[in-house]
Structure formats: structure tokens, C-alpha cells
Ligand binder design. Sequence first.
Ligand SMILES: Nc1ncnc2c1ncn2[C@@H]1O[C@H](COP(=O)(O)OP(=O)(O)OP(=O)(O)O)[C@@H](O)[C@H]1O
Ligand SMILES: [Mg+2]
Length: 508
Amino acid sequence: MTTIQSVELRGITKRFPGVLANDNISFDVRAGEIHALLGENGAGKSTLMKILYGLYKPDAGEILINGQPIRIKSPTDALRQGIGMVHQHFQLVPPFTVAENVALGLASSREPLTDLDVVSQRLRELSEQYGLRVDPNALVWQLAVGQQQRVEILKALYRDAALLILDEPTAVLVPQEVDELFVTLRKLTDTGHSLIFISHKLHEVMAISDRVTVLRDGRVAGTVATQDTTQKDLARMMVGRDVVTVWDKPECPSEMAVLRVEKLSALNDKGLPAVKNLSLSVCANEILGVAGVSGNGQRELAETIVGLRRATSGSVKVLNNEMTNHAPAAMIAAGVAFIPEERMTMGVIRDFTVQENAILETHADPGLADGVLLNFGKIQKHATRLVREYDVKTPTLDTPVKSLSGGNIQKLIMARELTRQPKLLIAAQPTRGVDIGASEYIHKRLIQERGRGTAILLISEDLDEVLALADRIAVMYEGEIVGIVEPNTPVDELGLMMAGATKGKSEK
Ligand SMILES: Nc1ncnc2c1ncn2[C@@H]1O[C@H](COP(=O)(O)OP(=O)(O)OP(=O)(O)O)[C@@H](O)[C@H]1O
Ligand SMILES: [Mg+2]
């Protein structure tokens, strides 16, 4: 690898229909530096990085490497210049092995077929050197998200990337994995790599970066040395005002269980037990937080409750009505709303417009339809209101949802689900990948919903979020609730429970 002394973006401007995504942005990275890029959802971070990686062509501006102007017209050009990127949404081929994925697209001018043994050998060396544990012969579909991310990083390193762009790498990781990733990032800068690190988590940015550039509405709000700034200052730069992170929760007055899950069991996609004989209940005016390390059955639990996955035994009752294995439509009719973890595949229809997605599930409402016919005037008014109230950044109501930024898609789902005034809300990772301004808003709405009487099951891997919002915390480990505790439980104790080491006091 040849170290890159400096990469400089000068006056980058990029326009999409109806949006000025990047407005005269200047930004630079030096050898051995970790430069964090911060900004609210839709601020233009991914766009700027896609320009640097040759995926988008800027309307204006230039890129200089070691002081020399360079044209980057494709990712191949970028890689040739030593620039690699790990995307927000991974781009691996699931049925292929790790080594095959790495070999894929490599220029094999020397031989007709890249020798997979050679690739595997080199991968083992890189894994060892940078602490990126992964088996070259494993099939990608069998890997957990954290492992897939390591493959993406290895793929870039294999191609000799000296500058690595990491777009929200920690959004899919649990705390332990974040720590491991940070060790790797340090090793990379020690060997002269430069890194651009995008994250919405300010404490991560404070912990890992050397400098921070904040984008706001497509413009640079400022670049600062990390040691000269604070989380509070960064938040203010991003949002333009002070941000609230701790909420006061009124006491839960009602003892009525809206959701009662009893001895529920379900299998995961591979047919293995994922939810095991699990019981919990959520009252009106209450947020029950489910904390746990990713992959301990949280996702399967949510899907089973809302009827997207079959319960193999046990029961789900909503307001004392037996709802086990009822179709999602019946759950919706019973007043259940769902914010899924997999928002791109389960929460929205990617190719549908913002307006169409805003009325999914609600399209038969008397307010939106006249008999069997949809009332387009009313639908438009409804969608306009949702977009405005929830501050969904979209150029028009007819924009396909897939071109919205990740956080804005989440806000749209939230808007649609909450406007139905549900009795029970199942929220899975509601702020994953969402910026702090929007997170604050989503948290505020969850507290409001709770105040309105909604029972909320909040499933989150973000312990800070659970601690800030939940009235009670259920810790999930290997498909079971290992304990239900008060939100004032010390974090290290929760951590031990999440690792399956201890049992907390159970409510039963
Ligand atoms: N391919 C595209 N077509 C049209 N508009 C786009 C496209 N890509 C991005 N945009 C728009 O450009 C703006 C910036 O989006 P971008 O993805 O860069 O934001 P971001 O800062 O990465 O946000 P997030 O934190 O949510 O990932 C948004 O308004 C987005 O809707
Ligand atoms: Mg982005």
C-alpha cells in the first residue's frame, strides 16, 4: 500500500432533482487521520462520500490527491487511487464465500481465474494484522452483520485502499463489536491509512476521531479538532440548537396489560429456536424496553408478536383478545403498530413514492377512501401533513422512497404508524441510523405516545436509548428474558445480564 498524504475535496456541489445535496463543500483528510463526518439525516454525508468514491459525478468542484487534481469517474478509478469505501448498506453476494466475494471484480489480467487459495491466504494475513476475524471459506449469507462488515473492510484492504470511507459502520454493531472495530481502526491508522468515519453517535466520534466536520443542509457547518470540542458543541453545530437527551417520565398509572405474551416460542429463518418460552406484558402508559445483544431473538420476538412469524407454541394477547398467529392485517385492525428493524424490506416499499408509502396499511380508512376508491385529494393532504409534522426531508411527495436518506425513511414509517393512534406499538431499533435531532424527535414522540396511553414495546440494542425511555427493562439473552429490572440498574450489571452471566430479579 502507498500512503496517501492528503485527499482534498474543494467546492463540491451536487444537485439531485429538487435537492441541493452538497453545496460548495470543502473537506480534507490527512495520512494517519480519522476524520469524522457528522450531520443530520439528509445533510449530504453519503452523497459527498459517493462522489469521492466515484459513484456520483459532482456538478462542480474538484478532488486533489497529494495536491494533484484527480478525476475519479468510477469506483475502479477510486480504488486505483487508493480510496476504498464500506457502504451503509453492504454489497456482498450472499451465496458466495468470503474469498469469492473479495475476488469478485478483481482485475485478473495475469490469469483467467483469480486463484482463490491465494486470495484466502492473503485474507488470513490481513485478518491477523488488523484483528478482523473471519473465515475466508465461510458463505456470506451465514455471517452475522458484524462479520459481513469485516468482509467489506477486508475487501477494501485487499485492494490496497490507503483511505477507507466507512459510512455508519457502527449502526449495525453491538457495543462489544464497536470496541473491536475501533481497535481495528487504530491499527489501520498506525500503518498509515486514513479513515473517514460517519456516525450519528457523538460519543463514538469523540472516542475515535482526530477531527470532525459537521454538515448541515448540504453545507459545511464547521471542521474542528476533536480534542477542542464537546458532544454538546457538536450537537449544536449539527442541529443549530441545544439537544435534549434525558427525558422525565411520568409514573405509569395504569396496571392494565395491553400486550400479554405467554410462554411464546418461535424459530428463526434457519429453523432453529429463537424465542424460547418467553413471557412478558406491557401496560397502557408504559414503555417496556427489551435490551440485548443483537441476534438473541429480539427480531424474531417482534415479528412473532405482530404476526409476521409463526409462533410454535404459547400465546399473544392484545387487550385480552387471543391474537396468536393472526395475520398482520388483523393485528393492525386490533390497534397494533409496528416499526420494523428491517425498514428497507419490511417497513416500506422501496420503489413506491413517499405518498404511497405514507398510506400503506391505512389506505382503507374512511378518511382516505370513498368506498373502494381512494380519495387522492385527501391522501395528498394526509401525506403532506405527515411529511411536515415529522420533518421528513423529501423533495416531493412523488419521490421514490429509495432515494430518501436512511433516517428520513425511518421518520416516514414512524409518522405512518403513529398517526393511526395505536393501542400497542412495537418499535424495533427505532433510531438505528437516525441522526440525533431526529432521534430526539422520535424519543419525544414515543414519550408522548406513552402519555396518550399507548403500550410500547421498545426493542433496542442501544442501551442509552433503553435507559432513557423505558419504565422497565427486560433483558433478552438466547431467546429468553433473563430478567426484568428497573431503569436505574447500573450499566455494568445490565451488561452482564446481556452477556448471559447473571439473572436479574424477575417480576414474576
Ligand atoms: N440518488 C439520489 N437521488 C435523489 N436524491 C438523492 C439521492 N441520493 C441522495 N439524495 C438526497 O440528497 C440528500 C442527501 O442525502 P444523503 O444520503 O447524502 O444524506 P446523509 O447525510 O447520508 O443522511 P443519513 O444520515 O440519513 O444517511 C437527501 O435529501 C437525499 O434525499
Ligand atoms: Mg447516509
